[in-house]
Design a protein around this ligand. Structure first.
Ligand SMILES: N[C@@H](CCC(=O)N[C@@H](CS)C(=O)NCC(=O)O)C(=O)O
Length: 234
């Protein structure tokens, strides 16, 4: 059995971590169905491999404990080499690394001040104080102040998607004709936003929108069927 420790909100079925979504999609790509364990920020000692492992996703597969979404993707590619490749075959992983770095340092970093403040309303009460303190330190301001200025950040965020937009107006997926781990790494950010925030990140005519819709439909609508938070109370 493959066990995935996955971030959950106060509703244990509300799973919204961008990094965990990368892994959910990668597992589906390989035709694997994990058992998922809901995990909250205050449960650090319950993570396999704690205290060294302090973030999710963590995957437990045949006794191996693998933390970090990128490490998990490489693990899956190596162990389940008979399944469809996550990187478009040998050598594809080295190219994917640039997209993964972009997804972390530009996409998720750009999304964080826009949708991150909305996470608090969805968390288990035992996570509130930790989330507020750690994220306000990262933002350099209160969650409320960050929410108040997010509309100002949207144009620059949309402009930062130019490489993605440029690529997706020429090919269906970052992987080419088929989705690859690069698609899942980027999609994780959009899925996170969709599951926790009412903000619409993309303009109606943005080609990235069609790709996002296609990603939501993959694997029998795995991502589209995900439980969303009750955004009305944000
Ligand atoms: N580089 C890690 C980042 C994982 C990460 O930051 N996960 C967040 C949830 S989205 C987390 O577990 N944070 C724990 C904390 O902030 O204490 C990966 O790709 O897996």
């Amino acid at each position: 059995m493959i066990e995935l420790y996955d971030l959950a909100g106060s509703n244990p079925d509300h799973r919204f971590s961008p990094y965990c979504w990368r892994v959910r999609m990668a597992l589906a790509h390989k035709g694997l169905e994990p058992h998922t364990t809901p995990w909250r920020f205050h449960e650090k000692d319950k993570l396999p491999g704690a205290p060294a492992n302090r973030t999710v996703p963590v995957l437990v597969d045949r006794g191996a404990v693998v933390a970090d979404s990128t490490a998990i993707a490489f693990h899956l590619e190596q162990i389940y080499y008979n399944g469809p490749s996550l990187f478009g075959g040998p050598g594809g992983d080295t190219h994917a690394r640039f997209i993964l770095a972009w997804a972390d340092t530009v996409l998720i970093a750009g999304l964080f001040p826009i949708v991150g403040p909305d996470v608090l309303a969805h968390l288990h009460p035992a996570d509130h104080a930790y989330f507020r303190a750690s994220r306000e330190k990262r933002l350099g301001m209160s969650l409320e102040a960050a929410r108040a200025r997010r509309d100002d950040l949207l144009p620059a965020f949309r402009a930062s998607l130019a490489p993605l937009r440029h690529t997706l107006s020429r090919q269906e997926f970052l992987g080419g004709d088929e989705p690859s781990y690069a698609d899942y790494a980027v999609f994780g950010g959009f899925q996170w936003a969709r599951l926790i925030s009412p903000v619409e990140l993309l303009a109606e005519d943005d080609p990235v929108r069609a790709w996002r819709d296609t990603m939501l439909d993959l694997f029998d609508g795995l991502a589209r069927k995900a439980v969303t938070g009750a955004v009305a109370d944000c």
